[in-house]
Design a binder for this molecule. Structure first.
Ligand SMILES: [Zn+2]
Length: 445
């Protein structure tokens, strides 16, 4: 072989190996899109997100992304009483209040005459979650990231990966360690006085989770829209704090999308954005328990913000109590037991959970608390939720399975219970046993 031939062969060999190396580096840095048979599903709960939060004005970047790759509903509903523990139960089980047994954040124990402010025992809920329904199939991995400290004890059962606030462990006494390998990467979860994790930490956990373990279903609660809402009230004329926070959240989602695109994991992800309840600015606090006592009717009101469940000492007083409540200027809805089944209330669970009467106050009015020996205790928060006006939440879907894109749907009002059956329809995962929602065919068909 001539020297020039050998040189050419050498150059060709170098080029081939160099090319191989470039390919190797390129595929290492930018791996090809995961060949999933079903999409990865990320369900975001932006805690306390009113419908007007996810608009061009408040979150312009996320809004534009959704319009390009999905659909958004102008209004959607959550369950009543519009509170965190119940809203997330409906979102993850597909069950209304009447099937889940949850009536709000807590409940009144009629045996001991004590109030449980926050239901943490998962045995209290009567409906299984999507994560529990999936669990027998060992090939589907699930994750539960919770900004709110109070959600994991109630809803994270059977999740393969759980990310919880250190406060969850402190309050329950049960261990909630980060999954293996994440403490070194993420550091201790960052929370503030009320115990809820900051949104940035949760999004970092989500990115790291997809890099390391890549679950098929990820639930992610972002708590700080709620925290700021309680500090400062809802949106509208009220809260510049909420507006600034939503801009930051908008950028945080863009950061997440950029990271997923770099990993090749953006296009194969189905994103759902929703909320457990809305947020309103409190303008008035009323004492309904005292009002009925003043009318000669002994009772106890279990308070869930703007909603109340009334336990009468003598249930024979139901109709006269209903009459008095209908006369109260701040009461918007009064339901006796035989009316509780009606949509969108769906409250006809066990009587020892609902009492004999349900009420919701009008917008911007909440109930005061009464504790034995203390009398009336006015609520001290600027922002609150719980009543029928706070049933309105955000809902948007985007990703590979959404066939109707670029729409803001105004004529259909879905419910958060529709999320789970729609996910199951798209993925083939088993529908939880007590699910009552419908498949949102208008955006996937
Ligand atoms: Zn909440």
């Amino acid at each position: 072989m001539k020297k020039t031939d050998r040189t050419i062969l050498l150059i060709i060999a170098i080029l081939i190996s160099f090319g191989f190396t470039i390919n190797f580096i390129a595929t290492s840095l930018f791996p090809p899109t995961n060949p999933r048979t079903t999409p990865r599903v990320i369900l975001f709960s932006i805690d306390s997100a009113n419908p007007e939060y996810l608009t061009e004005e408040m979150m312009p970047k996320l809004f534009a992304e959704i319009m390009a790759r999905g659909s958004k509903y102008r209004h959607a509903l959550t369950s009543l009483a519009a509170e965190t523990q119940l809203g997330h139960t409906s979102m993850l089980t597909g069950a209304y209040t009447n099937n889940s047994g949850m009536i709000g954040n807590g409940y009144y124990n009629t045996t001991s005459n004590t109030t449980v402010g926050v239901a943490l025992d998962h045995n209290f809920r009567l409906a299984e979650t999507l994560i529990e329904a999936i669990e027998p199939n060992n090939t589907i991995k699930t994750a539960f990231i919770s900004g709110k400290w109070r959600l994991p004890p109630l809803l994270c059962q059977e999740a393969n990966f759980v990310f919880a606030s250190p406060i969850t462990e402190l309050v329950t006494g049960d261990p909630y360690p980060l999954p293996d390998g994440y403490l070194q990467k993420l550091g201790t979860p960052i929370h503030y006085a009320d115990g809820d994790l900051v949104d940035t930490w949760c999004i970092r956990a989500l990115i790291e989770l997809i890099k390391q373990d890549d679950p098929d279903f990820i639930f992610c609660n972002l708590a700080w829209t709620d925290v700021f809402g309680h500090y400062s009230g809802g949106v509208g004329d009220y809260s510049g704090m909420i507006k600034r926070h939503l801009r930051e959240l908008d950028n945080l989602f863009m950061h997440l999308f950029t990271e997923l695109k770099a990993m090749g994991e953006y296009e194969n992800t189905l994103f759902i954005f929703t909320s457990d309840h809305g947020m309103e600015t409190v303008e008035k606090i009323v004492d309904i328990e005292g009002y009925l006592i003043g009318k000669g009717i002994q009772n106890h009101v279990h308070v869930e913000g703007g909603s109340g469940f009334i336990f009468l000492e003598n249930p024979a007083n139901t109709s006269s109590a209903v009459d008095f409540l209908q006369q109260h200027p701040d009461v918007a809805v009064v339901l006796n037991r035989s009316q509780m089944y009606q949509y969108p209330y769906c409250l006809n669970t066990w009587e020892n959970r609902t009492g004999q009467i349900y009420i919701s106050l009008r917008e911007h009015v909440v109930l005061s608390l009464r504790l034995p020996g203390f009398g009336e205790i006015p609520l001290s928060q600027i922002g609150s939720h719980g009543g029928i006006a706070l049933q309105d939440v955000i809902m948007a879907w985007m990703g590979p399975n959404i066939t109707r894109t670029g729409y803001e749907i105004t004529t259909i009002v879905p419910h958060v219970v529709d999320i789970v059956p729609t996910i199951c329809n798209l993925t083939g995962w088993p529908v939880p046993g007590q699910s009552q929602g419908r498949v949102l065919n208008e955006i996937i068909g």
